[in-house]
Write a protein that binds this ligand. Sequence first.
Ligand code: F6R
Length: 262
Amino acid sequence: MEVIIRETYDEMSQVAARMISDQLLRKPNSVLGLATGSTPIAVYRELVRLHREEGLDFSQIKTFNLDEYLGLAPTHPQSYRYFMNNHLFDHVNIPRGNIRFPYGHAHAVETFCEWYEAEIERCGGIDIQLLGVGTDGHIAFNEPGSSLGSRTRLKTLTEQTVRDNARFFDDIDQVPRFAITMGVGTILESKKICVLASGMGKADIVAQAIEGPVTASVTASALQLHRDVVVIVDADAACKLARADYYRWVHDQKSRLHQRDG
Ligand code: F6R
């Protein structure tokens, strides 16, 4: 795992946006795995700026979102599709037909999930997957105890996640209890993974995920098994990392190497 620590949320978001734009420049028909939540908002803002001001092209990409609440229509302001339209899709030149989302209706969930997995494969797999981390260590909606080999499926949210997400709804009773989510196993098949975390509220779980044991109790810890993961955190989210100095040192050494070679 490469751990990049930046002082502020905006700085860490810039690093992540640059990583995605580099990917699009290298491979204009990249397949992107996308996350919602408050953490990646500034990444999307920067990608929109790069599109508008520097002509970053989204016309050939395909996207797969990690998760969606069961039963929320794409037009519902709290649906993840609405979020993505609002923060990215409506502001860049991605063809609507290239966007894949784990919609689902309770009666046909299994068939849908099989299709979603097959569709990722048909598109050649995810080139770069953007992830946030929940305060209980979840990635996508893989709550504690989820199988580390899990695939796209229906999940029941934990009470903690329902409480965390209540801030986006008028009333906690309106927060959906189910979601369709990519599994940990699905995520681990992405070619590259970029994990973001910001703020003191994430400091404990970031330390557990990066430096603790690999355990289904913290599904983000499974990322330690992936060969190409970059974790980008701000100073607050990094403050409980035992090896923070080492990660900063590694980053400095690499920058010097690049300057020398460049
Ligand atoms: C969202 C998702 C979730 C969030 C996580 C962190 O698509 O899959 O796992 O990444 O809940 O959310 P924020 O960024 O709001 O702290």
